[in-house]
Write a protein that binds this ligand. Structure first.
Ligand code: NAG
Ligand code: NAG
Length: 291
């Protein structure tokens, strides 16, 4: 049985790895591969899932999550959508390469096999599109896009999904935010409301994920975490995925957003929903408990 005593504050990924290495007693100077093997055999359940997902680099984590979600025992299209629609173009490029190297298939193939209809088209467009990610915005073009979305959605009986797919997969974050603002200025309604009334299911979730990630990724993930813990029971797959993949990226902001919205700390919420080594591990990835 392994006892996990993970340090309270994890700093850089490299330090994390060293700390974790020491945290598992009795590993001596084993190689990383040996450690992984032993962790795999000595841990079980949710803590095993979390630790094994956390060991590799971020792009490998994402590739592993996506492969699992698209071809594992339980197909989880929502998880795949959340990951794809919240990553930058550069991150997706890297994930696609690793995906192919590790699993011998293209990410696009697995999306093609599992997703359907407009949701599939959106994901395929999003992982293939070349998005410029700079901060500049062409106001005129943002107005045009807002007009296209209005014509394709609220103004029309039925919806022209192609316009939504094109704009949401090809435009930069800054541009989408400008489109969001133009939409409000020109039509008085929010783009989010338009998406909600014009689309549904995973397609809607994908579009909203892209829009919310463009504006404030930390708020998006805080919301997802709240969803995973609300009501009876906990969605541990989601909890693990988000805490492990965001720990080194924007966890402090996610914690702040969570606290702002729910008036309690994310640490306390996670503490309440988990136990044992699993709890210790997730809490150590969250870092100090202050709002
Ligand atoms: C957990 O969340 C995922 C989305 O990431 C969802 O697809 C799945 O159905 C949820 N599981 C349960 C048991 O609610
Ligand atoms: C979009 O615009 C609305 C209305 O101006 C605003 O409330 C919202 O925060 C903006 N961003 C997103 C992602 O909806």
């Amino acid at each position: 049985m392994v006892t996990i005593t993970v340090p309270l504050v994890l700093t850089s990924p490299r330090d994390d790895a060293m700390q974790l290495y020491r945290a598992f007693k009795g590993f001596g100077c084993d190689t990383a591969a040996k450690i992984t093997k032993r962790l795999s055999s000595e841990l079980s359940g949710d803590v095993k899932k979390a630790v094994l997902l956390w060991l590799p680099d971020p792009a490998t984590r994402d590739a592993t999550i996506l492969r699992d979600a698209l071809s594992g025992d339980v197909i989880d299209l929502k998880a795949a959508t959340e990951v794809i629609c919240s990553r930058t173009q550069a991150q997706i490029q890297q994930v696609k390469q690793i995906y192919h190297a590790l699993f011998g298939v293209y990410l696009e193939n697995d999306i093609e096999l599992q997703a359907k209809d407009d949701h599939k088209k959106l994901l395929l467009a999003y992982v293939s599109a070349i998005r410029y990610e700079g901060p500049e915005v062409d106001r005129g073009m943002a107005d045009q896009d807002a007009k296209h979305l209005y014509k394709a959605g609220e103004k029309k009986l039925g919806t022209d999904e192609k316009a939504f797919i094109r704009i949401f997969s090809e435009r930069s974050c800054s541009h989408l935010l400008a489109v969001n603002a133009s939409y409000r200025n020109m039509y008085g309604n929010s783009l989010k409301k338009a998406i909600k009334s014009e689309t549904s299911g995973l397609f809607e979730f994908g579009l909203l994920s892209i829009l919310q990630s463009a504006e404030n990724p930390a708020k998006f993930f805080a919301k997802r975490l709240h969803k995973a813990m609300e009501g009876m029971g906990t969605n541990d797959t989601t909890l693990i995925r988000i805490i492990v993949t965001r720990a080194e990226i924007d966890m402090q902001y996610i914690k702040a957003e969570y606290h702002k919205k729910h008036r309690k700390s994310l640490n306390d919420a996670v503490h309440k929903e988990t136990s044992g080594n699993y709890r210790s591990f997730l809490l150590s990835l969250l870092g100090p408990n202050h709002p």
